[in-house]
Design a protein around this ligand. Structure first.
Ligand SMILES: [Zn+2]
Length: 294
């Protein structure tokens, strides 16, 4: 194919006007301190609910269908519709209600907890096969993971890179001093393990107390019985096996798409379902907004 002068002119114009790509990364500094406050507030709210009362909100609490941005490209909307059809076609009745609920919620059409018939919500809670106490414990862990997971992950990467100080100076200032002390005390196996320890330690002074082992067990039961069943990788069609957190959003992924394997260049970045692209520079994960989606 040969390009006319006009085509070449257009190409040149695009290249000349190209603006630096807006990119986003984890919270830093005061944003982290503010997130701590939000986690405390969320835990306070959760603890006001009777722990024996099955709370339905948690069924749709975790976003399983990332909302498409305003003005999403047609190709992205097409892809979303195709995926939704496939999910509904391949699901049993419980799965179909589950995906419908998440879709209604992600598109801001209805709140499934208010909209679905009582009998459907009861069936969904029953199908989850986890006790109300387990659900509450797992919800507390998930509240704090948005704060703790990025820190634990970065410290792990710094230790792997044999960096002398696994925690940076600004992190030491931004994070709660007890969190810093605990995270530095040993090499943690997982963010969930660290988070359970931290909640047990921190709640020692509070009205509602938690045992570390109970939190770990409740969390793994909720993941095994419910989370794994309905969580898809953000980057492919596989079931998710784990997740990382970015700005209070959980990013589920399969084994192939773990953050350890994120590409190091924007040009190789992984696209997610909402049209964002993800990569890693050193120990920092970056993403673009969806304006780069084709
Ligand atoms: Zn994947």
């Amino acid at each position: 194919m040969t390009l006319s002068n006009r085509d070449l002119g257009e190409v040149a114009e695009v290249l000349m006007n190209e603006k630096p790509l807006p990119k986003f990364t984890d919270y830093t500094g005061t944003e982290i301190t503010q997130l701590f406050g939000r986690c405390v507030q969320r835990q306070d709210l959760l603890e006001k609910i009777d722990p024996q009362q099955p709370a339905r909100e948690w069924l749709f609490e975790d976003c399983k269908i990332t909302p498409l941005p305003n003005g999403a490209a047609d190709s992205l909307i097409c892809q979303r519709y195709r995926e939704l059809l496939e999910l509904l076609r391949t699901s049993d009745d419980i799965g179909a209600w589950h995906w419908l609920g998440h879709w209604l919620k992600s598109e801001n059409i209805r709140d499934p907890v208010k909209f679905f018939p009582e009998v459907v919500l009861k069936q969904l809670v029953q199908a989850s096969d986890v006790s109300p106490a387990d659900i509450r414990n797992a919800r507390v862990v998930r509240i704090w993971l948005s704060y703790t997971e990025p820190l634990v992950r970065k410290i792990k990467w710094r230790r792997q890179g044999k960096q002398e100080n696994p925690i940076s100076q600004w992190e030491t200032r931004a994070y709660d001093s007890d969190v810093v002390g605990l995270v530095n005390s040993k090499a943690w196996n997982s963010a969930e393990e660290f988070t359970s320890d931290w909640i047990a330690q921190w709640s020692g002074e509070r009205k509602v107390k938690y045992q570390r082992e109970t939190l770990v067990n409740s969390y793994s039961r909720c993941v095994a019985n419910w989370w794994i069943r309905f969580t898809k990788c953000s980057f492919c069609r596989q079931h998710a096996t784990a997740e990382f957190w970015m700005r209070e959003e959980n990013i589920p992924h399969c084994k192939e798409h773990s953050p350890d394997k994120l590409p190091e260049l924007l040009i190789d970045a992984w696209p997610d379902r909402a049209g964002r692209r993800w990569w890693r520079e050193g120990i920092d994960i970056y993403f673009t907004d969806s304006s780069t989606a084709k």
